[in-house]
Design a protein around this ligand. Structure first.
Ligand SMILES: [Zn+2]
Length: 328
């Protein structure tokens, strides 16, 4: 059974990116629109992006079999509602995104946390090289999406991958989650800004200053790199994932990020034959910046959910089951 054309939308704080893909995950249409915030704005943006991507694919909404959405915040995969997406002005009251978008488009809609969507997209795009994979998303916060045995691992209550809130320093800074010394207070974009910006309000980048040899910037980058390296180590030791793919806003800087993380991993290995045997540096990579990974991942999840709903039909309700029974 095939699903035909499915759409995926990645909704970020400033832009939404929609794709339409075929059964082989080839992108047939792709559109990027500015995101309107608030519940009504998010629904309108996602609907318009899907319409335009579908048109660009030379197709119509009636030919789409499913739509997947990747969105930041707390997502309830069972009903597709979203809350606590601060960058989108969605608060504590869950917004029923799946139902609202389904009404707009007339197509079944599934909703997933954006980091999970990136993980699934990265896994599919890895093609023949794919193995178990974790995406480590480093933005304002820090979180991971985990694909094991080809499937997204959500955990029993949807909390798998919230590694940013593992406390690693009992005397560290207080975290927005109410705990002290969370990994996120060391290894996130906000942590990096907090470690360097107060003394440098001219807007220059900590990365360029570190590259130019400024010691305070270099120290901030090293501390941040050590935090990201700790997150990589944690993911590999907990899951033995073959790939840890760095994603999120901070990865915009590119190679300097990968360099500092690898260098911190090598430093940790130098004192531990056990860690060296894990070959951590070679498992780390950067998410390709130009490919629509999250949107493709959202589309793949929507297709999987659609196909699962078909296979969930009890055998007794399938048309040919009585024939099987009679012949057996
Ligand atoms: Zn925390």
């Amino acid at each position: 059974m095939t699903a035909g054309l499915v759409a995926g939308v990645d909704i970020g704080g400033s832009k939404a990116l929609a794709v339409v893909v075929d059964d082989a995950n080839r992108v047939l249409g792709q559109v990027r629109l500015p995101t309107e915030r608030g519940a009504a704005g998010v629904v309108a943006t996602a609907a318009e992006a899907v319409r335009q991507a579908t048109e660009m694919a030379g197709s119509t909404l009636t030919e789409l079999t499913a739509v997947g959405v990747g969105i930041p915040g707390l997502v309830h995969p069972s009903n597709g509602s979203v809350s606590h997406a601060v960058n989108l002005d969605l608060g504590a009251d869950p917004v029923d995104l799946s139902a609202a978008l389904q009404r707009e488009l007339g197509v079944p809609v599934s909703v997933e946390n954006d980091v999970n969507a990136v993980a699934v997209g990265a896994h599919r795009l890895a093609g023949a090289r794919r193995g178990d994979l974790a995406v480590l998303s480093i933005g304002t916060g820090l979180a991971a999406g985990i694909v094991v045995d080809g499937s997204l691992h959500r955990g029993s209550r949807g909390g798998a991958g919230e590694i940013g809130h593992i406390p690693v320093d009992p005397l560290g800074r207080w975290c927005s989650c109410g705990q002290r010394g969370c990994l996120e207070t060391i290894a996130s974009g906000s942590a990096l800004s907090a470690a360097w910006q107060p003394a440098h309000e001219d807007g220059s980048s900590v990365w360029s200053a570190a590259g130019a040899g400024e010691e305070s910037a270099a120290a901030a980058v090293r501390s941040f790199g050590a935090g990201v390296a700790a997150a990589v180590r944690l993911l590999v030791l907990a899951w033995d994932v073959e790939h840890v793919v760095l994603a999120g806003g901070v990865t915009g800087v590119g190679q300097p990020l990968l360099d500092v993380v690898r260098s911190e991993l090598l430093a940790a290995e130098a004192g531990s034959a056990f860690l060296a045997a894990m070959r951590l540096p070679e498992r780390v990579s950067l998410l390709p910046s130009q490919s629509p990974v999250a949107a493709v991942g959202a589309a793949v999840l929507a297709r999987d959910s659609l196909l699962e709903s078909f296979t969930a039909i009890p055998d007794t309700l399938l048309p040919d089951s009585s024939v099987d029974e009679m012949s057996s």
